[in-house]
Design a protein around this ligand. Structure first.
Ligand SMILES: CC(C)(COP(=O)(O)OP(=O)(O)OC[C@H]1O[C@@H](n2cnc3c(N)ncnc32)[C@H](O)[C@@H]1OP(=O)(O)O)[C@@H](O)C(=O)NCCC(=O)NCCS
Length: 165
């Protein structure tokens, strides 16, 4: 069954932060769950859009496990690229739930929600994150440049862009 994609609720945010912290990039950059969750909540309070993929929208929140079946999330800044084009700030899928189309569904939602803004979709991906680069290329994104040491010394962030047709 394809995942259900919908707006994240405040109750989802802490679990989304956990998914990101447990991912390869979270570990490499030393994301801290409470701090990330706080940034996500602040984002939601301003112009950010955070969407979640759910296994089952009808599932009750049983606490301790994923709230209402959260599988992953996408954090979207609708004009995050120089104030004029959509920027995918962060996307992550629970390690155990990957390769089932959840990431693709979240990426499609990023594009759907921001279709009317700018001429391109943008994102940045760390140079070591070859799996994510392959994932984005599969979905039509091209490397447009690299910014050495953008977030951390010794790591370049690759700017990837997909042109709207
Ligand atoms: C990138 C990510 C969101 C993809 O989510 P997903 O649910 O696995 O994506 P899908 O199932 O829709 O697509 C998977 C496909 O993408 C490509 N892909 C994803 N990860 C890959 C990897 N590590 N190596 C090679 N290809 C990869 C493959 O084509 C893969 O298909 P396959 O599983 O049949 O080989 C997920 O791997 C993730 O959360 N990674 C950790 C966080 C992260 O790095 N986010 C990107 C930050 S810029």
């Amino acid at each position: 069954m394809p995942p259900i994609i919908e707006d994240a609720t405040l109750g989802d945010i802490d679990y989304c932060a956990r998914i990101a912290c447990e991912s390869e990039i979270g570990k490499r950059y030393g994301f801290e769950r409470a701090a990330l969750a706080e940034k996500m909540r602040s984002g939601l309070a301003s112009s950010a859009i955070i969407v979640v993929a759910r296994e089952d929208a009808g599932k009750p929140d049983v606490g301790g496990t994923a709230p209402r079946g959260v599988l992953g999330f996408a954090w979207i800044d609708p004009r995050g690229a120089f104030g004029s084009a959509p920027y995918l700030k962060l996307i992550a899928v629970d390690t155990n739930k990957r390769s089932g189309g959840v990431g693709s569904a979240l990426l499609a939602e990023f594009e759907r929600r921001t279709l009317a803004i700018g001429k391109v979709w943008t994102l940045m991906v760390s140079d070591f994150n070859l799996g994510a680069v392959a994932f984005y290329e599969k979905h039509g994104y091209c490397k447009a440049g690299a910014i050495p040491g953008f977030a951390v010394d010794g790591i370049a962030e690759i700017l990837m862009v997909k042109k709207k047709t």
